[in-house]
Each structure stands twice: as C-alpha cells, then as structure tokens.
Design a protein around this ligand. Structure first.
Ligand code: KNH
Length: 160
C-alpha cells in the first residue's frame, strides 16, 4: 500500500476514536456530570461547546463549518504533495485532518461539539476538550516544529 494510504488510515482511526468516545460520553453522562479519573488532575466531564477553542465565537456554526472545509482542503492538498515524499511529515497532517473532520461531524450533526477531557494544570482548569482537539493541537504543534527544524537544516546546508 503506498504510504499516502497509511496517512488516510491514521486520519480515519482518529475520526473513529473521536466519534466513539464522544458517543459514549453523550450517551452515558448527563451534561455537567463529572467522573474523577486522577484526583485534582484529570476528570471526564460531559460538556458541549458551540464555539471554537476556549469557547470563542459561540454559535458561529456555519463560519466554523466553512473554515473547517478550508482546513481540510489545505491539509489534503499538502498530504497529496508532501505525504508521499516524507512519511513523518504526513503524520501530523493526518492528525490535523482526523481532528478537523471529527469536530466537523459534531458541528454538522448537532451545531456544537462534545467535550469531555477535563484537565487541571496546577490551579488552572484548562478548557474541556476532546480527542479531535488533542489530535489537532498535537498535529499543529508538530507541523510548526517540523517546519522550523526543516528551515534550520536547510540554512545549515546552504552555509556549507
Ligand atoms: C484544537 C483547536 C480547536 C478546535 O478547532 C477546530 O475544530 C478546527 C478544525 C476548526 C475551527 C473552527 C478553526 C480553528 C480555530 C483556531 C483556534 O480555535 C485556535 C486554537 C489554538 C489551539 C492550539 C493549536 C488551542 C487549543 C485549545 C484547545 C484544545 O486543547 C487541546 C481547547 C479546546 C476546547 O476549547 C474545546 O471546547 C474546543 C471544542 O472542542 C471545539 N474545537 C475546536 O474548535
């Protein structure tokens, strides 16, 4: 199987894992209900967010759907371009693709996103998020670091 297919398989696995976890939380927990996993650090709290990160722009469903379609189109374009070149570069692209589609499905179906990962970083209660958010964030950070390191190694080559 060409490596590009592995990237789409990874994105599909993220979408499935995201949707299954959201379904279990939505089906078995009341909104606001919280289950302690690690005392004063990690809780599973059933939450809904009709906005984007940190609850910004509540209710802007169509705006988010359009932005997400643009995000998906850009990521698929780069996956087709670079995903075949370097397997490692294709992985964060697949993480972003899977995460974007995961939240897109929720917004299409319900106009809001199911969140449940409730983490307390020291005293700060970080916004409740989900598998799709985690994949998006890891993918975005990975791409930023990857491009930075790539740029630096290119400069080193030019220097010699
Ligand atoms: C992860 C991006 C947010 C995600 O974007 C998406 O869906 C994309 C595909 C579509 C958006 C409409 C467009 C991106 C807006 C960019 C943005 O927002 C700046 C983000 C920076 C980022 C650092 C890279 C912070 C991260 C924060 C959080 C995640 O920490 C792990 C907290 C998540 C909780 O507020 C949770 O309630 C959010 C809810 O689940 C809905 N999720 C979204 O809108």
């Amino acid at each position: 199987m060409k490596i590009i297919k592995w990237h789409y398989l990874l994105a599909a696995l993220i979408i499935i894992f995201d949707q299954v976890t959201k379904y279990i939380v939505a089906a078995s927990m009341r909104i606001g209900e919280s289950i302690e996993v690690v005392p004063s650090f990690l809780y599973l709290t059933s939450h809904r967010n009709a906005g984007a990160a940190f609850g910004i722009l509540q209710g802007q469903r169509w705006f988010f759907l359009i932005i997400t379609i643009v995000v998906i189109a850009v990521v698929v374009y780069y996956m087709q371009q670079y995903g075949t070149l370097s397997f490692t570069f294709g992985i964060p692209l697949a993480l972003v693709l899977g995460g974007a589609i995961g939240n897109f499905i929720d917004r299409m179906l319900f106009g809001e996103v199911v969140d449940f990962v409730d983490v307390y970083l020291f005293a700060y209660n970080y916004p409740i998020f989900n598998v799709a958010d985690a994949a998006l964030t890891v993918g975005v950070v990975w791409l930023i670091i990857g491009m930075f390191l790539d740029e630096r190694s290119r400069k080193k080559e030019e220097a010699h």
